[in-house]
Ligand binder design. Structure first.
Ligand SMILES: [Mn+2]
Length: 329
């Protein structure tokens, strides 16, 4: 019951922390939760880690006047301030540990590290936005149009417009959101999901793609925010020849991986959970997952960056071939 969350948040400063490089679902969830808490007299601040902003997020933030700030020491977060984690979990590679106390977690990703929160609502549904929408429904709260629009946008982006990972809860809240949303503004959000600079990443994908069996491998030789990698992954997956997209991106601090699969035999989260260790870690949903390998691990391997990447591609492809019936080794 979400009422328990309100009790926990009665005292102290409240931060709603999204995963690093927040995507539309993360922003929508935090925004919807912030308005919900405000309805009960609880003031909260949305924060995240990750300097790079994205068009899909920027447009929404501007359009709906969402008060959101990248984390900095200037926020003055203290150890006893309360953090509600949204669209991610403590100890995830994409959830930086901030000074405050993670008292609560609302998320829709599989659990890889069991953490005791005072309030935990982790459901394996299509989008975190659906969980927030459900709170409004449970509490019979009127949902402001801008909240419905953002939550519907978050749900649509995370589920590929209701084509992947859609669960009963998503179906339950979809009509509620659909009826309340401002569809003109929704269309505007969808039409501004990329910016000019992003084309560089798509260019790298077009130039570097390698296809083995049904798997498309793309390495982007420069740093990209997670949400852009996800967009490139969707683009690669849209190729008729590709049913599994494996995207990697070189970052200052390591190597980021993102996987998409439309094959029921190939669970993206398991693929990364089994092939990233011992160098790094990864996991996620059946249809989409992420992984990360720290720079130190790559250096420790004694391999060059190119050799290491090729080793990882071999490991990934080995797993894929083992799990795809009828694919040639
Ligand atoms: Mn999400």
């Amino acid at each position: 019951m979400v009422e328990k969350l309100f009790e926990i948040l009665q005292t102290g400063r409240i931060f709603l922390q999204t995963h690093n490089y927040p995507d539309p679902d993360a922003i929508a969830s935090a925004f919807g939760l912030q308005k919900l808490l405000a309805h009960f007299g609880l003031k909260s601040e949305i924060c995240y880690v990750g300097a790079a902003e994205r068009a899909s997020v920027n447009t929404a933030v501007r359009e709906f006047d969402i008060d959101i700030a990248p984390y900095s020491e200037a926020l003055g977060m203290q150890e006893d301030d309360k953090i509600v984690l949204v669209d991610g979990q403590k100890l995830n590679a994409n959830m930086t540990d901030l000074p405050g106390d993670e008292v609560a977690c609302i998320d829709h990703h599989p659990i890889y590290n069991v953490i005791e929160y005072q309030y935990s609502d982790i459901r394996l549904v299509g989008a975190c936005s659906s969980i927030i929408a459900d709170y409004y429904d449970e509490l019979k709260l009127p949902m402001p149009s801008e909240v419905a629009t953002m939550l519907l946008y978050g749900l649509q982006v995370d589920t590929g417009y209701m084509t992947r990972g859609v669960n009963e809860l998503d179906l339950k809240v979809f009509p509620l959101l659909y009826r309340k949303a401002d569809h003109n503004r929704l269309e505007l959000l969808a039409s501004r999901s990329l910016e000019f600079a992003d084309l560089k990443a798509f260019g790298a994908a077009i130039n570097n793609i390698q296809i083995y069996d049904k798997a498309g491998f793309v390495h982007i030789p420069f740093a990209c925010p997670d949400a852009l990698i996800a967009q490139v992954a969707d683009f690669v997956l849209s190729l008729a020849e590709v049913d599994i997209a494996v995207i990697s991106s070189s970052r200052q601090n390591g190597l980021k991986f993102s996987v998409r699969s439309v094959l029921p035999e190939l669970h993206s989260g398991n693929l990364l959970a089994e092939t990233m260790p011992p160098y790094g870690n990864g996991g996620g949903h059946a249809s989409m997952a992420g992984g990360f390998i720290k720079r130190e691990s790559i250096e420790k391997s004694g391999l060059s960056a190119a050799q290491f990447l090729s080793l990882m591609h071999q490991r990934l492809l080995g797993y894929i071939r083992d799990h795809l019936p009828g694919s040639e080794a």
